[in-house]
Design a binder for this molecule. Structure first.
Ligand code: PEP
Length: 253
């Protein structure tokens, strides 16, 4: 088994262009050439080009936070996969719970977005996870199954490196209440079994399933010690170069 850990910083709607440049310069300096895990940052659309210019030639990749599925046309305000590829993105987050909650993104939309990204050779990071109420009702597995199947079925994934799943329990995002390593592992091994059914066993064994929800320097090592946690999607703690760097170093299994 050879799943390279992946740490992605999701900046959400934070950082101006000068702040992006400062952060990327610092990260580049502090991480040096040998990082260990694969690392990506996901700035807002307006900062992607500036980040790409600073990170060019480094091992740090660029991710977008969203995409629209059409190739082009009259879709005011939207951005296509081709545009993201052109600016230098390697990854794109889709189906983040904030987009599901505030912008009513459905599993069908997530599926179409992921398919559009794959077509342009970009790697979708498909986010899914249950709310607190769903967990308390005992529906966590059913919700995760619906989102996994709805978001992933039919995707033309040829190489397990080319799709990433991010399990992000909604109750753990931005709350400081991280899932225990055992809670995350329990769901992530379940997701891997679903991936076997959707794709194939060899594919599922090699695909990265990362965890997101209040990941910090203090808890990354214990999360990464779990067999089915292959990295992290980091929100708040990715906004400071220091804490992001500590998470990256702490992620080496
Ligand atoms: C996220 O936005 O995907 C996230 C996990 O945020 P936080 O780390 O702040 O909980």
């Amino acid at each position: 088994m050879s799943r390279t850990p992946l740490i992605v910083g999701n900046w959400k709607m934070h950082k101006t262009i000068p702040e992006t440049v400062d952060f990327c310069l610092r990260l580049k300096e502090e991480l040096g050439a040998a990082v260990g895990p694969r690392v990506a940052v996901a700035p807002p659309f307006t900062s992607l080009l500036a980040a790409a210019q600073v990170l060019k030639g480094t091992s740090i990749s660029l991710s977008a936070q969203d995409v629209f599925w059409a190739e082009g046309g009259a879709y005011t305000g939207e951005i296509s996969a081709k545009m993201l590829a052109e600016v230098g993105c390697r990854f794109t987050i889709v189906g983040h719970s904030e987009r599901r909650q505030y912008f009513h993104e459905t599993d069908e939309a997530v599926n179409k977005k992921a398919a559009a990204l794959i077509k342009e050779k970009l790697i979708p990071i498909v986010c899914l996870g249950e709310t607190l109420a769903q967990r308390q009702e005992g529906a966590a597995f059913a919700v995760v199954e619906k989102q996994t199947r709805g978001g992933l079925e039919g995707l033309a994934v040829k190489d397990p490196e080319n799709l990433v799943i991010a399990y992000e329990p909604v109750w753990a995002i931005g709350t400081g209440q991280t899932a225990t390593p055992e809670q995350a592992q329990e769901i992530q091994v379940f997701i891997r079994k679903l991936l076997e059914k959707i794709f194939s066993s060899p594919m599922a064994r090699e695909m990265r399933i990362i965890y997101g929800g209040s990941v910090k320097p203090e808890n990354i090592s214990e999360l990464m010690a779990m067999a089915d946690i292959d990295g992290a999607l980091v929100g708040g703690a990715s906004l400071q170069a220091d804490s992001f760097r500590q998470i990256i170093h702490g992620a080496i299994k």
